[in-house]
Design a protein around this ligand. Structure first.
Ligand SMILES: *Cc1c(COP(=O)(O)O)cnc(C)c1O
Length: 346
C-alpha cells in the first residue's frame, strides 16, 4: 500500500509507479509498455505543441465493497477518444487496445488504488497526442497513446455534494458554432482557461457557457454537463456544442430506471427560474449541486444582470442525491449493475 491519506486526496497530480504507452508509427500501434519514465521524448516540432494535435479522456477505477476492482464504463471512453482523435484526423487506438491499457495501468499502479470506504478512487487519464516533427499545418502521422493515473478524492477535497455557485459569462464561449465542442480536445480547454481562471478568482465554483450562436440557451459548464430536475423530469441541453458526458448519459439511464421523464432539448437561460434542482455532472465528482447562478453580461463586470436562486439552496436536491447514490453504489459494487457498466478486473 502506498503511504497516502486516502481521506484527503483531492484532485491533483501524484507520481505513481508507471504509465502505459503505445506509439503509432508506420501504420501500426506498438506493443504497449509500462514505463517508469514519466517524460515523453519527442521533437520540439511535434504537432501537439503548435497546432494542439491532442485529445484526452477521464475515467475511474474503484475498489468495491467486495474487494473487486471495477472500471466504470471504459468502453464509452474508448469510443469517445476514437471520435475525438478521428476529428483531428489522427490514428486512434482500437477499443481493445484502449481497454487493455486502462486495465494494465490499474494493475501496474494497484497500490495507489484507494481502499473501499473513503469515497476515493483511481482516476485514469488517457491522452492521444501528435509527436512527429512538422512545420506545416497537418494532422500528426505519428501518435502517442498513453494511459496514466492518479488516486483522487473529491475534486477540491471538499465535502461531497456541497452546492457551488455558478456564473454565466456572456462574453466568453468555450466552443464555436460548427466548432469542436462535442469532442474532448485539449484545444477546447485552452479556449476556456482564461474565463475559468477569472470565474474562480471571483469566487465562483462553476462557469456556465451558453450556446455560442445565440447566447440564449444553456450549453454546459467548463468541464461538466448541465442537468436540472423539474418535477418528475430530468432536463439536459441538446446542443451540438456540448461534450457528450458519460456521467450525464449514465444519470439519464438511472433517472429513467426511477421512472423519471428524460428531456434532452434546448434549455433557455430563463428556465433557470423554474428548476427545482440544478447540477454540474462529470466523472470527477459525478454531480456538483448548484445553489445560485449569476448571469453576467461580461465576466469582468462587477454586477450580474440577474441572479437565479435554485430552490434546493445550501443542500443537494433530494432527486439529485438519489441519482448520485445509485451511481456510486453501482461503482462500489454495493448495488446490482443491471446495465453492465462495470468492467471487473480479475
Ligand atoms: C470531460 C468533459 C465532461 C464530462 O464528461 P464525463 O464523461 O461525464 O466525465 C463535460 N464537459 C466537458 C467540456 C468535458 O471535457
Amino acid at each position: 500500500m502506498a503511504e497516502l491519506d486516502w481521506s484527503s486526496l483531492g484532485f491533483k497530480y501524484r507520481q505513481t509507479n508507471r504509465i502505459i504507452v503505445s506509439c503509432f508509427k508506420d501504420g501500426e500501434w506498438s506493443q504497449p509498455v509500462a514505463s517508469d519514465d514519466f517524460d515523453f521524448h519527442f521533437s520540439a516540432f511535434a504537432g501537439v505543441f503548435h497546432y494542439a494535435n491532442s485529445c484526452f479522456e477521464g475515467l475511474k477505477a474503484f475498489r468495491g465493497v467486495d474487494g473487486k476492482v471495477r472500471i466504470f464504463r471504459p468502453d464509452e471512453n474508448a469510443k469517445r477518444i476514437q471520435r475525438s482523435g478521428s476529428h483531428l484526423d489522427m490514428a486512434v487506438p482500437s477499443e481493445e487496445l484502449f481497454l487493455d491499457m486502462c486495465v494494465r495501468c490499474v494493475k501496474e499502479n494497484i497500490e495507489f488504488l484507494p481502499p473501499y470506504g473513503y469515497g476515493a478512487s483511481m482516476y485514469l487519464r488517457p491522452v492521444l497526442i501528435g509527436m512527429n516533427p512538422q512545420l506545416g499545418i497537418a494532422s500528426s502521422k505519428e501518435v502517442i497513446f498513453a494511459v496514466m493515473c492518479a488516486p483522487v478524492g473529491t475534486y477540491s477535497g471538499a465535502k461531497i455534494l456541497t452546492p457551488a455557485t455558478a456564473v454565466i459569462a456572456r462574453n466568453y464561449d468555450r466552443a464555436a458554432p460548427n466548432g469542436t465542442g462535442q469532442f474532448k480536445l485539449s484545444a477546447n480547454y485552452a479556449t476556456s482557461l482564461h474565463p475559468y481562471n477569472m470565474a474562480h478568482r471571483q469566487g465562483f465554483g462553476e462557469l456556465l457557457f451558453l450556446d455560442p450562436s445565440t447566447h440564449t440557451k444553456i450549453d454546459e459548464f467548463g468541464s461538466s454537463n448541465f442537468l436540472a430536475i423539474k418535477g418528475n423530469s430530468y432536463v439536459t441541453p441538446l446542443s451540438d456544442s456540448v461534450l457528450p458526458s458519460i456521467t450525464n448519459k449514465t444519470l439519464q439511464a438511472v433517472a429513467a430506471d426511477f421512472g423519471m421523464k428524460v428531456e434532452k432539448r434546448a434549455v433557455p437561460v430563463e428556465e433557470l427560474a423554474e428548476f427545482d434542482e440544478v447540477n454540474a455532472c462529470g466523472t470527477a465528482v459525478v454531480i456538483t449541486p448548484v445553489c445560485k447562478v449569476f448571469d453576467k453580461q461580461r465576466l469582468e463586470d462587477e454586477k450580474a444582470v440577474k441572479v437565479y436562486e435554485i430552490p434546493s439552496g445550501d443542500e443537494c436536491g433530494k432527486v439529485s442525491r438519489k441519482l448520485y447514490d445509485r451511481i456510486r453504489a453501482i461503482q462500489d459494487g454495493r448495488e446490482e449493475d443491471t446495465h453492465g457498466w462495470n468492467l471487473i478486473l480479475d
